[in-house]
Design a protein around this ligand. Structure first.
Ligand SMILES: *Cc1c(COP(=O)(O)O)cnc(C)c1O
Ligand SMILES: [Zn+2]
Length: 479
C-alpha cells in the first residue's frame, strides 16, 4: 500500500499531539512537510496489515499488530530519476566536502531520510569505508575476487555509526520541532552504545546505555563513558538489557535507539549501495555478513532491493548470514527451512556483539534471506578465532564477528557452495582494536577451546647483541 503524503500530514498532527502530551510549535513541521520532493513513511512489515505511520512519529512497533515497522520510500518518485542519474549523483557526492553529502550515508539522503533538514543532521562522515581486496588471504584458498568491506574503519569503530547518524539526526530534528525527548537510550552488546553516545554527545543530546555487566570489552565500555553517557551496567545478559530498555522507553518519553527502530536500518542499508558503487556499480555474487540481532543483514538486503527496483543494478547477490555457534537461533531456523523459529539462550561467545538469543529483527531477516536465496551458517569459537588470525596474517586486524563471517566463508568454499571463481564480499563489522582481549588471548593461547595454531608471541630477550641476532636468525634467515 502506498499511503499518500496528504493523509500523512494530518496523521502527524493528531499523533504528535497525543505524544507525551507535547504539542509541536506551529509552522515548524518541515520534517514531514518538507521541501524535499521525496517522501518516506513507516509501514508495518506484516503484509496483511501494512498500517502506515509518519516517519517523524515516535513509534517502534505497529500499534495494530505489534510487528516491526519499515521505512517505506515513495518509489514512484525515486523512479523518476534514471538509474544513470542516481549513479552520477551518488558518485558526485562520494567523499566530497559539501556537508552533509560527503558522508557515505547522507550522500544517499533521498533514499535514507529525504525530509530531514540538512542543518539538523548529526554526521561524522560515516561510511565511505574502504573495500579491502583480500588478495593474499584469497590466494591461500584459491580465490581471486575476495573483498572485505571494512565497516569498522569508522568514527566509533563499527558499522553502527551508519544507522546511528540517521537515528540521532531524526531525534535532533524532533527536538528542534519541540518534541519533548529528554534522552535517547539503547541496550547494547557494546558497539551500539558507543555509536549512540558519540552521536548524542556531538549533538548535545543526553544518552543512556544499558550494558550487560562484564560482557563487553573495555574498549567498548570506555567509549560511552568518555562521551558522557549515563552508563547502566546491568546484572543480566543482552536480552535482559533489551527487555529493560524497551520497558523504560515505553513508559517514559525516552527515545529508543535499538535496531527495532527502523530508522537505523535506513542508514545501515547504504552499505550495499556503497559497495556496489565501489565496484563501479557491479554486483558481487556473494555477500557474507555476521548476524546477531539481525538488523544489519536486513539492512544489507534492503539496500540491494532498492537498487534493483530502481534499475541501478541488474542482479541480486546471494546473502549469507554468519552466526556464532553459541548464539545461533537463525541457523537453527534455517535448518528447518525457516518454517519455525525458537529463541535460544545465547551462550558466551568471543563474538560478543552477536551473543543474542532472541533477535529483534528475525522476521525482517528471514524475509530478506528468502529473497536472496540466503544461507545461514555457523562458526565455532575455534573456527572464528582461526579464520580471524588467518586473515590477520595477510594484513587485516579484524574483530571476532568478522572472524565468524570469514570462517563461514571458508566452510562454504570448502563445501563448494561458493566457487573460487566468484566475486565475494565479507562484511567486516568492527575494528579489531575494540577487541584486543580477544586478540591477546588468542596469541597467548589462553582461550579455552581455541587451538591458537597461528599464535605469535613476543620473544623476550636480554639487551645483548648476539642473543638478539640469534633470535632473528632462528626465525628469519639473514646474511
Ligand atoms: C551489532 C554488531 C553485529 C551484529 O549486527 P546485528 O544487526 O545485530 O545482526 C555484528 N558485529 C558487530 C561488530 C556489531 O557491533
Ligand atoms: Zn501491523
Amino acid at each position: 500500500m502506498n499511503a499518500d503524503i496528504v493523509t500523512l500530514k494530518t496523521h502527524t498532527k493528531a499523533s504528535s499531539n497525543s505524544l507525551n502530551g507535547v504539542d509541536r510549535k506551529k509552522g515548524k513541521m518541515y520534517f514531514v512537510n518538507s521541501m524535499s520532493e521525496y517522501q518516506a513513511h513507516f509501514r508495518c512489515i506484516d503484509k496483511d496489515c501494512s498500517e502506515t505511520y509518519p516517519v517523524d512519529e515516535i513509534i517502534y512497533r505497529c500499534r495494530k499488530c505489534n510487528n516491526l515497522l519499515d521505512v517505506q520510500h515513495d518509489m514512484n518518485m525515486l523512479a523518476k530519476k534514471t538509474p544513470e542519474k542516481w549513479r552520477e549523483l551518488f558518485d558526485s557526492r562520494y567523499r566530497k566536502q559539501s556537508w552533509p553529502f560527503g558522508s557515505g550515508v547522507w550522500g544517499k539522503k533521498e533514499w535514507v531520510l529525504p525530509s530531514i533538514a540538512d542543518e539538523n543532521i548529526v554526521s561524522m562522515y560515516e561510511g565511505c569505508t574502504n573495500l579491502f581486496w583480500a588478495e593474499r588471504f584469497g590466494k591461500q584458498v584459491g580465490v581471486k575476487d575476495l573483498w572485505i568491506k571494512m565497516c569498522g574503519n569508522s568514527h566509533t569503530g563499527s558499522f553502527k555509526d551508519l544507522g546511528m547518524t540517521v537515528l540521532v539526526s531524526a531525534v535532533n530534528q524532533m527536538i528542534s520541532d519541540n518534541v519533548s525527548i529528554p534522552a535517547v537510550a539503547c541496550a547494547s552488546t557494546g558497539d551500539t552504545s558507543a555509536a549512540l553516545a558519540a552521536y548524542c554527545a556531538s549533538a548535545g543530546i543526553p544518552s543512556i546505555v544499558f550494558l550487560p555487566k562484564n560482557k563487553v570489552s573495555i574498549a567498548q565500555l570506555i567509549q560511552p563513558i568518555s562521551n558522557g553517557a549515563l552508563v547502566l551496567s546491568l546484572d543480566t545478559d543482552f536480552d535482559g538489557c533489551m527487555e529493560m530498555v524497551q520497558r523504560i522507553t515505553s513508559e517514559h518519553n525516552i527515545y529508543l535507539a535499538n535496531s527495532i527502530n527502523s530508522l537505523r536500518i535506513e542508514g545501515q542499508k547504504t552499505v550495499s549501495i556503497e559497495l556496489c558503487q565501489q565496484f563501479d556499480w557491479e554486483v558481487p555474487d556473494w555477500v557474507i555478513i555476521p548476524g546477531g540481532n539481525l538488523g544489519n543483514v536486513s539492512a544489507l538486503g534492503k539496500g540491494f532491493l532498492m537498487m534493483y527496483e530502481l534499475g541501478i543494478i541488474k542482479k541480486l547477490p546471494r546473502i549469507v548470514c554468519a552466526q556464532a555457534q553459541n548464539a545461533n537461533p537463525l541457523y537453527l531456523s534455517f535448518l528447518k527451512g525457516f518454517k519455525e523459529f525458537t529463541p535460544v539462550k545465547a551462550k558466551k561467545t568471543l563474538a560478543n556483539a552477536i551473543q543474542i538469543g532472541n533477535p529483534v529483527s528475525i522476521n525482517k531477516a528471514i524475509s530478506i534471506l528468502k529473497q536472496f536465496e540466503g544461507i545461514v551458517e555457523q562458526a565455532s569459537e575455534n573456527e572464528l578465532s582461526h579464520a580471524s588470525a588467518m586473515a590477520d596474517r595477510t594484513g587485516t586486524f579484524n574483530c571476532p564477528h568478522t572472524g565468524v563471517a570469514l570462517a563461514v566463508f571458508l566452510k562454504l568454499l570448502d563445501r563448494k557452495v561458493i566457487s573460487t571463481k566468484e566475486k565475494i564480499v565479507v562484511i567486516s563489522t568492527a575494528h579489531g582494536l575494540k577487541f584486543v582481549e580477544f586478540k591477546s588471548g588468542y596469541h597467548k593461547s589462553a582461550i579455552e577451546g581455541v587451538s591458537s595454531e597461528l599464535n605469535n608471541i613476543p620473544v623476550e630477550l636480554p639487551n645483548d647483541y648476539k642473543t638478539v641476532r640469534d633470535a632473528i636468525q632462528r626465525r628469519i634467515p639473514v646474511q
